[in-house]
Design a protein around this ligand. Structure first.
Ligand code: ADP
Ligand code: TRP
Length: 321
């Protein structure tokens, strides 16, 4: 099976991105043909600072490598090094109904907040369809929140095929229902845009500040605690099934203080990311090697995408026949 997924460089990645996206994606690199990319074109709909984009883009490449992307198994590239994607995006946009894009969450939410959206945000799902269809994957591993985008990709591919003949495979979303949305320190979904994150690779001091700031309620130490609180949900991500049932019993019996739960959570976060951090620092000290990985990655992606784009162009009667 061939799989493809991408992450936008729109902020430092957090443990929600790790459990919801990076870890499940990277599980697929063994035994499948895996394509991963850094969606820097997509980040242009929110990040306007070019220097910051460069930093964040390199950061996401390092995060993939730190989390175990093996360049001998999987392909990693920068979206903007793959020009066939934007050309395909135009072809696809001509078969995409306005109504489909008007229903897209990211655009609808922005307009609902009274903000003015630009064409890039409106056309975001078409670019995402191009990212995906350009390598003809069988599956796209994503979190729940991306379901709508994958459905739109399928719809757009079907419309293109219907208009010009069978060019694209219709990819399946690979969504792990058991991976719940990771809560942020304020109890909402952890998100770069809410200032409620536990970053994967912040300093020890910053990680401590984030973990100690996780919301709790005012239940006294000796009273029973509610297991669905964010502090326990976060803790559970770093524990085995038997540890979870033991901790749950302790929490519900009373006598467990939130401070102790947070201290243990902090220790587990630091311990879990320690080896990954070491690997990240190692890659970060060799930026030319990272660029080599990205260059080899995009060259493999273009080997697949180039001929596919040509097939789409031919089907649509573009260029020399
Ligand atoms: P953010 O909301 O922080 O900006 P993105 O929208 O860039 O994150 O998401 C990148 C990937 O991480 C997506 O595949 C998304 O499903 C996943 N993801 C983001 N936040 C969470 C979360 N809190 N829990 C689980 N998965 C998440
Ligand atoms: N929209 C995705 C997100 O915000 C990122 C993304 C862009 C993507 N293109 C993609 C994910 C293609 C999967 C496949 O998380």
């Amino acid at each position: 099976m061939r799989v493809l997924s991408g992450i936008q460089p729109s902020g430092a990645l957090h443990i929600g991105n790790y459990f919801g996206a990076l870890a499940p994606q990277l599980e697929l690199q063994a035994g499948h043909e895996a394509f991963y990319f850094i969606a820097d074109y997509h980040s242009m709909t929110s990040v306007r600072d070019p220097k910051l984009r460069r930093e964040l883009t390199l950061g996401v490449a390092l995060d993939y490598l730190a989390c175990g992307l093996d360049p001998t198994k999987a392909v990693l590239y920068r979206q903007s090094d793959f020009p066939e994607v934007t050309e395909l995006s135009w072809l696809l946009s001509t078969v995409t109904p306005m109504g489909l894009l008007e229903r897209a969450h990211a655009y609808k939410d922005k307009v609902a907040q009274g903000l003015s959206a630009d064409h890039g945000l409106f056309a975001y799902p078409v670019l995402q369809a191009a990212d995906i269809l350009i390598v003809n994957p069988d599956g796209v591993p994503v979190g729940q929140d991306q379901k709508q985008h994958i459905e739109m990709t399928r719809d757009i591919a079907q419309r293109f095929n219907h208009t010009y003949g069978e060019v694209f495979k219709i990819p399946d979303p690979l969504i792990r229902e058991e991976v719940a949305v990771v809560p942020g320190t304020d109890g909402r979904k952890m998100s770069k845009s809410y200032d409620n994150v536990i970053p994967m690779f912040a300093s020890k001091g910053k990680t401590k500040k984030a973990v100690m700031g996780v919301v709790t309620d005012s239940t006294p130490v000796e009273e029973p605690k509610k297991w669905d609180l964010p502090v326990f949900q976060l803790w559970s991500l770093f524990a085995s099934a038997s540890e979870r049932s033991e901790m749950r019993a302790r929490a519900e019996a009373g006598g467990l203080g939130y401070g102790d739960a947070k201290k243990d959570l902090l220790a587990r976060v630091l311990e879990h990311f320690e080896p990954l951090r070491a690997r990240r620092e190692d890659w970060a000290s060799r930026p030319d090697d990272v660029e080599d990985v990205l260059a080899a990655g995009v060259s493999r992606a273009r080997e697949v995408g180039g001929p596919l784009l040509e097939q789409a162009r031919q089907a649509a009667g573009l260029g020399r026949g």
